[in-house]
Every structure is written in structure tokens, then in C-alpha cells.
Design a protein around this ligand. Structure first.
Ligand code: BG6
Length: 507
């Protein structure tokens, strides 16, 4: 570790074990449980953050037993040691940490829509419970209703009952409102933990520290100094096996009101009065409410055609499994957003996300206004390149800032240089899947990183006009392995701007 770095403060998710509770996982046989929840619990156990009285009860409609589920999940944990491409990859599985989790796993067979399953569930749990809905979105409402009707959401005598809900939370503003109303009829808002996994990413959480812990950044983070902001979430993967989900969903619903809005909120919200969950979520809500509803003319929708990705030929979206040959679903979105508040009035925020793009890159780039040019009038300098600060979130984690410096030599000539840091050069990170903090926070009752009903609805409200306008709208095509459709370039070109290349500053 670099000697100039001092580490202080508590570890990412506290130092004390979370209070004892049962984690009931609906969808125990599913992908999310295997790929993310179990590795996260294993890491929490390894860090001593789970109480002795912690238990897991997997619920699913297939046949299994306590021991059967233990064996299945042990097999997937072992498989991660051989698969370097999995979200969680470790050289070996520590028998002590995994044993702690494994021994606490139980199984309950049940149909999510059958009241009998909840009667049986009631017989298996007591004390504090976190119900984790790792299931398809159509089950969110019914499961919460059944839990409520069975009395499983009642909190008494210091016992907590919480429900974690995955995305997608609704498919537009009306359905999100309806789902909020449906679940809030069964329990209090404070019992619901709506997950957005982007908030589990350490680098997303660190945006607040970067902005508010640095005196040289905070004062310039505003319209007087910022020309515009670009937020990018580019992926190289295609739609994979998720065609059936993706066809009615598309990139706008899949990524914008949730993940990209979280990045937007982190980078643009006002400083909360404290790190208290309500203070942070209140500032996010204010920011999201200030986002002007997006006009169709400020948005581009694209779809990938066949092309080459990482040296291989890949098929176009319409030839992916479970996708219509005439699909008009977008796999790429670019947007221009305006924020109508005092800090950001007049500063455009450009957002883009897409599948099958040139590189995988999630970043936020703050483009600063250039200083006055007159000093350089009589030199060889023809323009001042803007300072750009790139907050790199994925796959590289760190930041890179473009500055103008004098080139060595007798004349005044400028060169642009990048001053950069990578988290990995300063901090040692253990392999983690980003769900560790989220699960721990839910068990300790810290809702800061979860979305409140109003946060969710504000995200949908901003994109709702586009969802309506895009029902039968055509898509612009881009070849797989490129930076997106030409129309997205035009969106910025008409404002005299350009997207940054998808290289995180390395090109
Ligand atoms: C999910 C979307 O929520 O986020 C996926 O449904 C997308 O389509 C994924 O690939 C991106 O997340 P990450 O963490 O891989 O950047």
C-alpha cells in the first residue's frame, strides 16, 4: 500500500455482527441466490459479520430438502473457484466460512401464490426475519400480500420483519405506483428494502466521499464551472439468455430509471445533512424530482445488429434466442437530461447505456468549462481542452482527470495529461459481489443504499414520456462491437459536444 494513504473509519459494512435473524429467500433455486447471495453471505461469514443465531430458509416450488439445498449451493460455490469469469471468483472456498453458512441453510417447498406455503413458512420462522424476493417481478405483489395476510410482516417486541425487493420495480410510472400501493398496504415503508445493485458497488458509494470530503472539488461542482456531465454504462455482453425478459423491457426500462438515475443522484444531489438514510434518500428524491421529463427529441434508441465483439462474430439482437425477428426493442439508449434546480440549471447531463458496445465501461465524466483564452492568443495554442474528471466505476475503479500542462520547450504549447488513481493501487479489496454491504445493511436496518417509494417513482416519472412515445417507434441500428448508433453522436454534436471514447481514459 502506498505510504501516503492512511486508512481510517469502519470497514465497508460495519465491524459488529448483524443482529440474529432468518433470511428467507424466495427463489432459492434461482440464479441470483447462487451467483450473488451465497457468495455475499460467505464473505460476510468470513468477516465475522453474521451472528451465531443467523439462519437461511430457501423457499422454492421445486422438490428439495435441507440437505439437498446445502449440497446444491455447496456445488455452485465450489464451481466459482474454476470459473474466472463468474462475478465471484476465489482460489478456494474457505471451509470455515462456508461451513458457517452451509450449516444454517434450510429448505421449504412452496408455491409463491399458495396460502398453504405461508402457513408452513409461519411454522418454520420466529424472531426477526428478512424476506428476500429473488423471484420474477410478477411475484413481488403476491408474495408481499401473502406475507402480510399470514401475519408474517408484524413487528413486535424488538423483532423486525423486512422485505428485500429486487428490480425491476414496476415497468412504468403507473405500475410502480400500483406496486408501491399494494405492498404498502401490508407493511410500513421502513420495512421495504428496494435494491438497486449499482448502489452495492463500492465506487458508486464512494462518489459521496469524493464530492463532499474534498474541499477542492465541492465548490466547483455546479453550473458556474461544469459545462456538462456524461454518464455511461456500456456493456460488451449481448442479451444472452434473457431475451424473453428483455423483449418487453428494453434498455430504457432495464437501466435508466434505476441504475443510471442512481449514478445521476450520487453525482448531482445536494449534500445531505448527515449520512442518515432519510437524509440521503431525501436529497436523492429532490434531485430526481428536479429532472425535467425527457422529450423524445432528446433521446435516441438503438438496437445492435450482427458484428464482432472481442474478436468473435456475434449475432444481431433479432437473432438472439427468444427475440422476435422484427423486434423494435432497444438495446441502446442515449439521453439528454436537464435538471431544474439552482445548482444545475442549464447544465446538460448526457446518459448512455447499451449492450454489445466496444468496451465494458461504467463511468461518470464531469466536463468543466474552460478558463478565458485571451492569455494564449499570441501563442501557438489554438484552444484550451476542457478539464474532464472521469469517475471510473467498472471495470476499472478509480478516477482520471485531464489537465492542460505546458509542453517542455521554448514555446508556450500545451499538452493534455491525465492524473489518475486506481483504487486497487491503494486499497486491498477482497473478491466481493457487491451484495455484502446490501445484505448486511438490511440486517442492521440501514436503508441508505435502498430506494424509497418516492425515489422509485421519480425515476419512472422522468422516463415515462419516453416510454409512451417509444411504443411503436423505430430503432436506430448499430453494429455489435461499436460505440452505438450515429444518431447518438448527433445528439451531442448538435450541442457542439462529443461522447468520450469508451476507454476510461486509456486511449
Ligand atoms: C441489470 C440489468 O440490472 O444490470 C442487466 O438487468 C445489466 O441487463 C446489468 O447487464 C448490469 O450490471 P453490472 O453490474 O454488470 O454493470
Amino acid at each position: 500500500m502506498d505510504p501516503t494513504v492512511t486508512l481510517s473509519g469502519p470497514a465497508a459494512c460495519g465491524t459488529e455482527p448483524a443482529p440474529p435473524c432468518t433470511l428467507v429467500i424466495f427463489g432459492a433455486a434461482g440464479d441470483l441466490t447462487k451467483r450473488l447471495l451465497m457468495p455475499a453471505l460467505y464473505n460476510l461469514a468470513g468477516a465475522g459479520l453474521l451472528a451465531d443465531g443467523f439462519k437461511i430458509l430457501g423457499v422454492d416450488h421445486n422438490d428439495n430438502t435441507d440437505e439437498g439445498l446445502r449440497q446444491d449451493l455447496t456445488a455452485t460455490m465450489e464451481s466459482f473457484t474454476k470459473d474466472a469469469s463468474s462475478e465471484f471468483h476465489a482460489d478456494h472456498i474457505d471451509p470455515k466460512a462456508w461451513g458457517f453458512v452451509r450449516d444454517r441453510i434450510g429448505f421449504l417447498k412452496g408455491d409463491f401464490e399458495d396460502p398453504a406455503a405461508y402457513a408452513a413458512l409461519k411454522g418454520r420462522v420466529g424472531g426477526s426475519v428478512v424476506f428476500y424476493l429473488a423471484v420474477a417481478a410478477r411475484f413481488f405483489g403476491p408474495i408481499v400480500e401473502h406475507l402480510g395476510q399470514a401475519g408474517l410482516l408484524e413487528q413486535q417486541d424488538g423483532v423486525f420483519r423486512r422485505v428485500v425487493i429486487e428490480k425491476p420495480f414496476g415497468s412504468d410510472l403507473a405500475s410502480a405506483r400500483a406496486l408501491n400501493a399494494r405492498i404498502l398496504a401490508q407493511a410500513d415503508e421502513s420495512q421495504f428494502y428496494r435494491i438497486d445493485h449499482f448502489l452495492g458497488k463500492e465506487t458508486v458509494q464512494s462518489i459521496m466521499a469524493l464530492r463532499f470530503a474534498n474541499g477542492m472539488l465541492e465548490p466547483v461542482w455546479r453550473r458556474e464551472y461544469v459545462d456538462h456531465v456524461q454518464i455511461t454504462a456500456a456493456e460488451t455482453i449481448g442479451v444472452e439468455e434473457r431475451g424473453a425478459f428483455y423483449e418487453p423491457t428494453g434498455a430504457l426500462r432495464d437501466m435508466v430509471p434505476n441504475h443510471l438515475f442512481q449514478l445521476l443522484c450520487m453525482v448531482a444531489m445536494e449534500a445531505p445533512n448527515s449520512f442518515d438514510a432519510e437524509a440521503v434518500r431525501g436529497e436523492k428524491a429532490k434531485l430526481a424530482e428536479a429532472v425535467r421529463p425527457i422529450e423524445p427529441g432528446d433521446a435516441v434508441r438503438g438496437q445492435y445488429t450482427a458484428g464482432r465483439e472481442e474478436g468473435l462474430d456475434v449475432v444481431g439482437y433479432r437473432d438472439e434466442p427468444h427475440v422476435s425477428g422484427e423486434s423494435h426493442t432497444e438495446t441502446y439508449v442515449a439521453l439528454k437530461l436537464g435538471i431544474e434546480n439552482w445548482r444545475w440549471a442549464g447544465v446538460p447531463f448526457y446518459l448512455r447505456t447499451g449492450k454489445r458496445m466496444t468496451e465494458r465501461l461504467t463511468e461518470i465524466a464531469i466536463h468543466f468549462k474552460p478558463p478565458p483564452f485571451h492569455l494564449f492568443r499570441e501563442t501557438a495554442v489554438t484552444e484550451l481542452a476542457p478539464n474532464v474528471m472521469r469517475l471510473l466505476i467498472d471495470p476499472e475503479q478509480g478516477s482520471s482527470t485531464i489537465l492542460n500542462v505546458k509542453r517542455p520547450g521554448p514555446q508556450m504549447q500545451l499538452g493534455s495529461v491525465a492524473t489518475a488513481f486506481r483504487y486497487a493501487d491503494f486499497f486491498q479489496e477482497k473478491p466481493n459481489v457487491g451484495y455484502e454491504t446490501l445484505l448486511y445493511d438490511c440486517m442492521v436496518g440501514d436503508a441508505t443504499l435502498f430506494q424509497r417509494a418516492d425515489n422509485i417513482e421519480a425515476g419512472w416519472a422522468a422516463v415515462d414520456p419516453l416510454l409512451k412515445a417509444w411504443v411503436d417507434a423505430p430503432v436506430a441500428f448499430y453494429a455489435a462491437g461499436t460505440d452505438g448508433p450515429k444518431e447518438a453522436e448527433d445528439l451531442l454534436a448538435r450541442d457542439g459536444r462529443r461522447w468520450l471514447p469508451l476507454d476510461g481514459g486509456s486511449r
